[in-house]
Design a protein around this ligand. Structure first.
Ligand code: SAM
Length: 212
């Protein structure tokens, strides 16, 4: 199907951003003040690189952006780790570069099947993996933004996040299409892992349906 060239798509082209998604992060940051100059930012599911470009602009020359994806990310000034976030070797590659980060942003999406409940469940898995990665890499008082597709498991995820961050808000930026069920969970001021709340999760291995 031919992609509808909407306002943000055209604006991204004009502004040199690699994706229209760049404006979602810009709008989230303008409202919640997530990324600051000098920060180190871990960008999960970063390809093609719109969010990494925005993060790079916000952190400036003293900051760092580490982009992670199965697919390539080519953004000047952005470090890239290629790999599946569910794999241990990907975590090890991140750990070779950083010990702790100030901010984690995750725009990770499963390969869309069109079956709402399935896509929701896969996006919850990705969000929970982002949470596990935060347990390893996020500094205390750091911030996180996670994309998730709405559905019945969202409430429980938000509850878990509320146990680990001082402020948790579910937000849909203007640049996110109203036809999409995606929302962004904005989490501020990490207080540390609440590992009891992760006990009901059993999936830790890579999945075979890799993402496009
Ligand atoms: C919506 S795109 C991200 C767009 C990006 N934020 C931008 O602004 O250009 C979602 C990305 O998540 C990545 N992704 C999905 N599952 C992943 C996984 N298990 N490990 C790493 N990346 C993953 C996909 O490869 C895809 O590039």
């Amino acid at each position: 199907m031919k992609r509808k060239k909407d306002y943000y798509y055209k604006l991204a082209k004009k502004s040199g951003y690699k994706s229209r998604a760049a404006f979602k992060l810009i709008q989230i940051d303008q409202r919640f003040y997530i990324i600051h100059e000098g920060n180190t930012v871990l960008d999960l599911g970063a390809s093609p690189g719109g969010w990494s470009q925005v993060a790079r602009e916000l952190v400036g020359d003293k900051g760092r952006v580490i982009a992670v994806d199965i697919k390539p990310v080519r953004v000047p000034g952005v470090e890239f780790v290629r790999g599946d976030v569910f794999l241990k070797e990907t975590i090890e590659k991140i750990a070779e570069r950083v010990e702790k980060v100030d901010v984690i942003i995750s725009d990770m999406s499963p390969k869309i099947s069109g079956v709402k409940s399935w896509d929701h469940a896969r996006s919850i898995e990705l969000a929970e993996r982002a949470m596990e990665i935060a347990h390893i890499f996020l500094k205390i008082r750091g911030h996180m933004v996670i994309k998730v597709f709405q559905g019945d498991m969202l409430k429980n995820l938000v509850k878990k996040l509320k146990g680990e961050f001082e402020l948790v808000k579910v937000h849909k930026p203007h640049a996110s299409k109203s036809s999409s069920s995606e929302v962004y969970i904005v989490c501020k001021r990490y207080v540390g892992a609440n590992l009891n709340s992760m006990g009901d999760r059993d999936h830790h291995g890579p999945r075979d349906e890799e993402n496009t």
